[in-house]
Write a protein that binds this ligand. Structure first.
Ligand SMILES: Cc1ncc(COP(=O)(O)O)c(C=O)c1O
Length: 367
């Protein structure tokens, strides 16, 4: 069986050893006589899986003790409602500052309007989401309950490479980050954030699991309308077992965390991600305009690389050529067109090398 190189933006490629181990344990997890999907979430075996998974995650990302890790459901779009339901009432104005950096943060701000006032503190709309507004230019409110930022825009391909220090910008509000498409690809500056959330289906594991890292002091502010299963304080005080958590997805995430540790941890993974992204951007920039990436160099995403052929009509032929080499899911998002390669942790360097080879051959043939 030949596995393809899968450049999907998510659900996305997973490390092959993880899939092999999951397959081997599908019918009988480590002599328990049952598979993980069939276990009670309150049983001894799953408790072991859960504890190991959380411990590994905390260790890999160096999560400080004053942050809770919640294993939830509902995805990042669910969190777009769950975050305001939990945090908007922290301050009487019920206002949240939103920084717009692309499609996902725009969607987040629209959902936020259902629960309180949304103040757009900065936006990169004028550059069609190809730059990042400098934090010094953000118009922050004095009374915001939180500031929301999407730190990697999966569609536009812009990434925040250094999180802002809100206190230095004169804001006491906690920074809330949507890190869905780059969590675990790099370290997190915990002293600069109050809450981080991510859908799992890119770097972490299967869809269905949503990770939330929340600072202790942000618990306990939920609106009365907030469903109990989405009240961070309730989820935290029940160890993510207030309701049945997504057990299978948590198990796979645990295997992925073990795999990251075996690769040398987050620092080593980050280094590989830097190399993979540099290789692809160099191929695009060195193509004499045959391929184009429109994002400003200082905020190009390491994870999601949208690019275009100068001659857009050749895009279907490029996708065919790539498919023939086992390079899949390179079509750009429907809202922007062109091509997009997602280079998550589990994409090996060989996959990017193969893509670059394909691009160079295609350019030589059609240039
Ligand atoms: C940055 C970002 N935020 C939010 C979402 C939406 O996530 P979900 O489909 O898990 O709700 C995505 C999905 O691709 C994303 O990339």
């Amino acid at each position: 069986m030949a596995r393809a190189h899968n450049f999907s933006p998510g659900p996305a490629t997973l490390p092959e050893p993880v899939l092999r181990q999951a397959a081997a344990e599908m019918l009988d997890w480590q002599g328990s006589g049952v598979g993980v999907m069939e276990m009670s979430h309150r049983g001894r075996e799953f408790a072991q899986i859960f504890e190991r998974t959380e411990a590994r995650l905390r260790e890999l990302l160096a999560v400080p003790a004053h942050f809770r890790v919640l294993f939830m459901q509902g995805g990042a779009i669910g969190e777009n409602a769950v975050v305001p339901m939990n945090l908007i009432a922290r301050r009487p104005a019920r206002r949240a500052d939103h920084v717009i950096t692309g499609t996902w943060s725009k969607k987040t701000s629209r959902e936020g309007e259902r629960y309180g006032q949304v103040h757009v503190a900065a936006s990169n709309e004028a550059t069609r989401h190809t730059t990042l507004p400098a934090p010094s230019s953000w118009q922050l409110s004095a009374d915001a309950s939180y500031v929301h930022l999407c730190s990697n825009e999966t569609i536009g391909g812009v990434e925040v490479h250094e999180l802002p220090d809100l206190r230095a910008l004169g804001s006491e509000a906690p920074l809330v980050i949507d890190a869905s498409s780059h969590l675990a690809s790099r370290p997190i500056a915990w002293d600069r954030v109050g809450l981080v959330y991510a859908g799992a289906q890119k770097n972490i594991g299967p869809a269905g699991l949503t990770l939330v890292f929340v600072r202790d002091d942000l618990l306990g502010h939920a609106l009365p309308v907030c469903p109990s299963a989405f009240d961070y304080a309730t989820v935290a005080s029940n160890g993510s077992m207030f309701n049945t958590p997504p057990t299978w997805a948590i198990y796979i995430a645990g295997l992925v965390f073990e795999w990251i540790a075996q690769q040398g941890g987050i620092a080593a993974i980050e280094q590989r991600n830097v190399e993979k992204a540099a290789l692809l951007y160099a191929a695009i920039d060195g193509s004499e305009g045959f391929y184009v990436n429109r994002v400003a160099h200082d905020c190009r995403s390491r994870m999601n690389v949208p690019f275009f052929l100068r001659e857009d009509s050749l895009t279907p032929a490029f996708l065919d050529a790539a498919r023939e080499r086992g390079l899949l899911q390179l079509k750009g998002h429907k809202s922007v067109g062109g091509l997009r390669a997602s280079l998550y942790n589990a994409m090996p360097l060989a996959g990017v090398q193969s893509l670059v080879g394909c691009m160079q051959e295609f350019a030589a043939h059609h240039g």
